[in-house]
Write a protein that binds this ligand. Sequence first.
Ligand SMILES: Nc1ncnc2c1ncn2[C@@H]1O[C@H](COP(=O)(O)OP(=O)(O)O)[C@@H](O)[C@H]1O
Ligand SMILES: [Mg+2]
Length: 234
Amino acid sequence: MLKVKNIKAGYDGVPVIFDVSFEINEGELISIVGSNGAGKSTILRTVSGLIKPMAGEIEFMGERIDNLPAYELVKRGISHVPEGRHVFGKMSILDNLMIGAYTIDSREKVDETLKEVYRIFPRLKERENQKAETLSGGEQQMLAIARGLMCRPKVLMVDELSLGLMPILVEKVLAILKEISQQGITILMVEQKVQEALEMADRGYILQTGRIITFGTSQELLESEEVKKAYLGM
Ligand SMILES: Nc1ncnc2c1ncn2[C@@H]1O[C@H](COP(=O)(O)OP(=O)(O)O)[C@@H](O)[C@H]1O
Ligand SMILES: [Mg+2]
């Protein structure tokens, strides 16, 4: 479904990810894990068209997409939940969700999607007319994910959803992501929380200072001595 081939990307002409390649098949839940500053967010920004790669190619559903603008990628089904949530605190929960649906032009489809999203996140429905800033950190993360679903994506990319959440909430949000994945939405998540992110994924890639150093099924990675030593503190 998504094929990233040898991309190099960065800021102001200085690359921070090098020769990064990975693939996602339809329906998979993939985790790219690595420490702070490894380049995880840069990878997602490149796939979602916010940054232009300096080299390499990206294919989605069999077509080159690395020269398309971000909004066109949203239309094609790539949704990006950015790091740090970025919900609009002064706006209502419902309005935040509606912003996520800006590429959908059928009112009917928007309503149907909203219903579906509220089914997954009943708490958001209960509070739809309240300002987003009244939500707790965990609920705001849920809102960010819910907003990412409002464009009816084929693939949902989630950047560091654990950031700033208490462990118990991390578990809760991850469980919801798993549920979304089980409904057939392909998911690419990037995470610093290596163990949690691998445990729930089908496959994973390990990113170190801008390069993928190893990849495999989650189980293979979790059992690898290299990964255990470097990331799991064992
Ligand atoms: N907007 C930016 N401008 C310049 N450098 C950046 C910017 N964002 C990130 N970087 C740098 O790129 C590298 C990778 O960052 P990032 O992709 O955010 O890593 P991660 O998400 O894994 O923490 C870091 O060295 C970071 O300082
Ligand atoms: Mg990041």
